[in-house]
Design a protein around this ligand. Structure first.
Ligand SMILES: Nc1ncnc2c1ncn2[C@@H]1O[C@H](COP(=O)(O)OP(=O)(O)OP(=O)(O)O)[C@@H](O)[C@H]1O
Length: 332
């Protein structure tokens, strides 16, 4: 459905994308995930037709669209900033693209009503000025405005980042439901790994203009392909040589680094290795501990009642699930 083939984008001396190869299937929800500056927005803009690749090509539904103007690519785009017309009503904002295309008024009404319903806007909200709406509602208007044009691809650039945490989680659920109902191929850009894990069929993790890994949320989390992915998606501690020897004598030797996620270290009553509690944070379902173990910090996430009751300075015993340790070459 969508294919990036060796897409390279340079701005002067700065290379934002180093030959991106990526295929996204029809109907898929694919997220481009990475830290600020990794090139995810540039990739989205190259797909939308706002940025022309220095080399390489972009294909949509088997057609090379690299030099096709944005408005002829069948993409709808939603931005973090909503980019609505503040003095216009909700209905006129959603209908804007249809008016530009000179779609008949009766059809405009029908299509706006349908798009508004899809995104959960109530009919009485359509006559209001957009500036009267909350951030979450404004973002629904922005999504409806994209959907009403019936694009074959929906592009979303950090659409939830201006919203407060609770609304973000709520809208993210709605967005997922909407995408499944409409079945539209969606490319979503975010730096928020939790959002990416929750929403996506597949995630493309980018770092410094390069694709680090492409996979389902579980693959990305459970089988990270590099130390970067392991560290960026979820939490992980890189064990020092002394920690490796203490926690898994002999088995974690060698030149490779060893990374472990906090939930793969368990508190035990007997056996294991001693650590001193230096920080603890009760999170309801689990407790996060920072232990001093073999001279360095080790983060532990435990759902046990014992973990919820520790105090600073306590000595606890932990055991490592050595099967869940990720090994990567030492970073240069
Ligand atoms: N029009 C431009 N001119 C010059 N440099 C640019 C331009 N657009 C992006 N860049 C640079 O290219 C790199 C990638 O930018 P991009 O916006 O794709 O990153 P991003 O991963 O989306 O980050 P963010 O989340 O901060 O938007 C950055 O270093 C950025 O400064």
């Amino acid at each position: 459905m969508i294919r990036f083939e060796g897409v390279r984008v340079a701005f002067g001396d700065h290379v934002a994308l180093h030959g991106l190869d990526l295929e996204i299937a029809e109907g898929e929800f694919c997220t481009l995930l990475g830290p600020s500056g990794c090139g995810k927005t540039t990739a989205l803009r190259a797909l939308a037709g706002f940025v022309e690749p220095t080399s390489g090509s972009v294909h949509v539904a088997g057609r090379d669209v690299t030099r096709v103007p944005s408005e002829q690519r069948g993409v709808g785009m939603v931005f973090q900033s909503y980019a609505l017309f503040p003095s216009m009503t909700v209905r006129d904002n959603i209908a804007f693209g249809l008016s530009v295309q000179r779609v008949a008024k009766a059809e405009q009404r029908e299509r706006v009503d349908r798009a508004a319903e899809q995104v959960g806007l109530r009919p009485e909200q359509l006559g209001r000025g957009v500036s009267e709406l909350s951030g979450g509602q404004q973002q629904r208007v922005a999504i409806a405005r994209a959907l009403v044009l019936e694009p074959s691809i929906l592009l979303l650039d950090e659409p939830l980042s201006n919203l407060d945490a609770k609304l973000r989680v709520q809208l993210r659920g709605e967005l997922q439901r909407l995408q499944r109902e409409v079945g539209i191929t969606t490319v979503y850009v975010t730096h928020d790994q939790e959002e990416a894990l929750a929403l996506s069929d597949r995630i493309a993790v980018l770092s410094e203009g390069r694709l680090e890994q492409l996979g389902t949320p579980r693959e990305i989390y459970e089988q990270p392909a590099s130390a970067f992915v392991c560290d960026f998606v979820g939490e992980a501690t890189r064990l020092t040589a002394a920690q490796r020897e203490a926690l898994a004598p002999g088995t974690l030797a060698g030149d490779l680094d060893a990374w472990v996620r906090p939930e793969h270290v368990a508190l035990v009553e007997t056996g294991g290795v001693e650590g001193i509690v230096r920080e603890h944070a009760y999170r309801g379902a689990a407790t996060l501990l920072e232990l001093e173990l073999a001279g360095d910090v080790l983060r532990v996430e435990s759902t046990s009642g014992a973990a919820a009751q520790v105090s600073l300075g306590d000595v606890v015993r932990v055991e490592l699930d050595a099967e869940r340790v990720h090994r990567f070459p030492v970073a240069a």
